[in-house]
Design a protein around this ligand. Structure first.
Ligand code: PMP
Length: 429
């Protein structure tokens, strides 16, 4: 497999782009290489500029749940394009998408659309503060909630990949109201509530997806909600990754917990830039123009993005691929575990429906600290061999792999063959 054209574009990109990428997770620095440049994608397959074809388990970091270029989504977006791209005024499709979203999340009476997951969460945090009149927010180490200042501490995703505790350029004042707790450790949350009486909310990825996949144990989420409410705080579910992916009603539907404020992104736009935050009326009435919490957006509710979102979610509801995801997910999980065993490699796999990833650890990973014990050098060897055998994975130990409903039997076979070669390489390294 050759990467000549990617390499050429990378060198060219370095001149006017930072690291030749527009998001650090796209750099291959933690796996010791340079980024691939993509030419096109269709269904379950993504093709780089050198013509190499891969089964895509990145899926744009989650949004492409139906696979790439789904016919109905493309048709809807093209149709919307003909009517104009942006008006700075309301359109009927915003109401249609809002209804689909509110129907899917019982805890949501109203929703506000924004353009990214980052915007959704920063607005959700502001809303928690506006509603409770309190300032502090508890977040969990290893959870990533976008690149807003206040939550860019002990965050997963690119910060975990690049081993950064936080970000330069974030003033102390911006994080002075941020408290860190440990995932799956209720006591660590309790300790904050015992110490502070001005905590507005607890924000959590209901299934961690930015430290690798980390699953809430037992009734962690239910207990968290109860604890927050007992202390006059709200539970904020960051379902940017899990919304419409774990189930149509997100991880909340699977886990049987209704958050007070829910933040969405990724799948909700089906690959177009859409984010959203929503809650019951009592909370949403704080948002302008109904209330005093200001949040706005020139391109929010963009007509092409709304059409993309409506068609993606409509098709998703029709396909109802969640049982299929469970089936394919468990097949891939078994492939990983059995192949590792064959080559005597310590491996654990965490999976929640269509999100999964392997850790090179002896025991199961339940929090960020444990995730960080994974042998990332082994991951790098594994990653490159998977690439060379036609499977596109996130170039980091700390990112989830995603499944799409476009996956075919031949793709699973390709994943199995690549895994065998990759584990063999790890064993020989
Ligand atoms: N929250 C979570 C849970 C995420 O996974 C991400 C992105 N990976 C974000 C927020 C930020 O979303 P965006 O990159 O669209 O700003």
């Amino acid at each position: 497999m050759k990467f000549k054209k990617s390499q050429k574009l990378y060198n060219k990109g370095l001149v006017n782009l930072v690291g030749a990428v527009n998001s650090p997770v796209r750099a291959f620095s933690s796996v010791g290489g340079n980024p691939l440049f993509i030419k096109k994608a269709k269904g379950s397959t993504i093709t780089d500029v050198d013509g190499n074809e891969y089964v895509d388990l990145v899926l744009s970091y989650g949004p492409m749940i139906l696979g790439h270029r789904h016919k109905k989504v493309e048709k809807a977006a093209k149709k919307a394009l003909k009517n104009g791209y942006s008006f700075g005024a309301s359109t009927e499709n915003e109401i249609k998408l809002a209804k689909i979203v509110c129907d899917a999340f019982p805890g949501m009476d109203k929703v506000r659309f924004v353009n990214s997951g980052t915007e959704a969460v920063l607005s959700g945090i502001r809303l928690a503060r506006a509603f409770t009149g309190k300032d502090k927010i508890i977040k969990f180490s290893g959870c990533y909630h976008g690149h807003q200042d206040a939550l860019l501490v002990a965050a997963g995703s690119g910060l975990a990949t690049l081993s950064l505790p936080g970000s330069k350029g974030v003033p102390e004042g911006a994080v002075k109201n941020t408290l860190i707790a440990e995932y799956n450790n209720l006591e660590s949350v309790k300790a904050h509530f015992e110490k502070f009486d001005d905590i507005a909310g607890v924000i959590i990825e209901p299934v961690g997806g930015n430290m690798g996949v980390v699953i809430p144990q037992n009734d962690f989420l239910k207990d968290l909600k109860e604890l927050a409410h007992k202390n006059g705080a709200v539970l904020i579910a960051d379902e940017v990754m899990t919304g419409f992916r774990s189930k149509f009603g997100g991880a909340q539907e699977v886990l049987g917990v209704e958050a007070d404020i829910t933040c969405l992104g990724k799948v909700i736009g089906g690959g177009f830039p859409v984010g959203a935050y929503g809650a019951r009326n009592e909370i949403m009435e704080n948002v302008a123009p109904l209330g005093g919490m200001y949040q706005a957006g020139t391109l929010s509710g963009n007509p092409i993005a709304m059409a993309g979102g409506i068609s993606t979610l409509t098709e998703l509801k029709k396909q109802n691929p969640y049982d299929k995801f469970e089936e394919i997910g468990s097949i891939i999980e078994v492939i990983l575990l059995e192949t590792a065993k064959k080559y005597n490699i310590d491996l654990s796999v965490n999976r929640f429906g269509s999100m999964l990833n392997p850790f090179f650890t002896k025991t199961k990973v339940t929090n960020f600290e444990e995730a960080q014990t994974s042998d990332t050098e082994k991951f790098a060897v594994f990653f490159w061999e998977m690439i060379k055998n036609g499977v596109f994975l996130p170039p980091s130990q700390f990112e989830a792999w995603f499944l799409s409903s476009a996956l075919k039997d031949k793709d699973i076979k390709k994943i199995a063959d690549a895994t065998d070669k990759a584990m063999q390489k790890v064993a020989d390294s």
